[in-house]
Design a protein around this ligand. Structure first.
Ligand SMILES: [Fe+2]
Length: 256
């Protein structure tokens, strides 16, 4: 039988996994999650009667504490799963970016994507470092049942696979250079937003679990993703979308 907090926690986590809410909302949900746990601990402390061990309070204390510990263990398993998915995300981006760089016509866009490819390769190595810190073990993965067991099976992030697939379909179309550049920027920003949501969620899990070094490494990549997104927005707003709307084919040097 699940207590109310457990049901609430799973509901919150499943909402996060849908990636349909802004990062800030996810953080608020996590804060609420921690507050719920702190509130439950306060209740348990109030109920605990340190006498014979057969009191009403003592009967309730151990099961409640076990539930909370199980929740934190589940959260760690969920973080491990999310890190594995981020490995898949970065691998897919590293594989997809060269074609986007080749298809882009703006030299400024080509340069930005090329730089981000190098950053992505470093982010992929950072995930190896995170995995080592977390020292994932097979026992942790195999003991889960139900929803978490379903999460643990996959090795490829289908969300990123879909976003990249959509981008590749657009790149296969016969578009003008300007519109193609705008489409590539749009596709890359979808990638960045997915990464921002994913890294933001994983970073918050690590913070909740007290995994400070892991949280710092995830934050480092999250900051890089925000910067990449801002650079793409700048490219789209300042130059490329304007050229697409006007239908002009002015060289880069004339639009600066
Ligand atoms: Fe990345």
């Amino acid at each position: 039988m699940q207590c109310g907090i457990e049901v609430w926690a799973y509901k919150g986590l499943s909402n996060n996994l849908a990636f349909k809410v802004p990062d800030a909302y996810i953080i608020v949900k996590k804060i609420c999650f921690v507050l719920q746990i702190q509130l439950a601990v306060t209740y348990m402390n109030n109920l605990k009667i340190p006498a014979s061990g057969h009191s009403f309070g003592a009967q309730y204390y151990s099961p409640q504490k076990t539930i909370i510990m199980d929740q934190m263990n589940d959260l760690k398993a969920l973080l491990k799963h999310d890190v594995q998915m981020l490995v898949s995300v970065e691998d897919q981006i590293i594989k997809a970016l060269p074609a986007m760089i080749k298809r882009a016509t703006s030299q400024q866009l080509k340069k930005a994507l090329d730089e981000h490819l190098n950053i992505t390769k470093r982010q992929r190595l950072r995930l190896d470092q995170i995995n080592q810190l977390m020292s994932a073990s097979e026992e942790d993965v195999t003991k889960y049942s139900g929803v978490l067991a379903n999460l643990m099976g996959g090795t490829k992030c289908k969300g990123m696979d879909g976003i990249i697939d959509e981008g590749e379909k657009i790149m296969a179309e016969n578009l003008s250079d300007e519109v193609m550049d705008a489409a590539i920027i749009g596709a890359c920003q979808k990638v960045e937003h997915f990464e921002i949501a994913s890294y933001g969620t994983a970073r918050t899990y690590a913070q909740e679990l007290g995994l400070t070094q892991v949280a710092q490494l995830l934050q480092q990549t999250l900051d890089e993703e925000y910067m990449a997104d801002q650079e793409l927005t700048s490219l789209a707003e300042q130059r490329i979308n304007q050229r697409a709307m006007s239908g002009s084919s002015m060289p880069d040097s004339m639009t600066m």
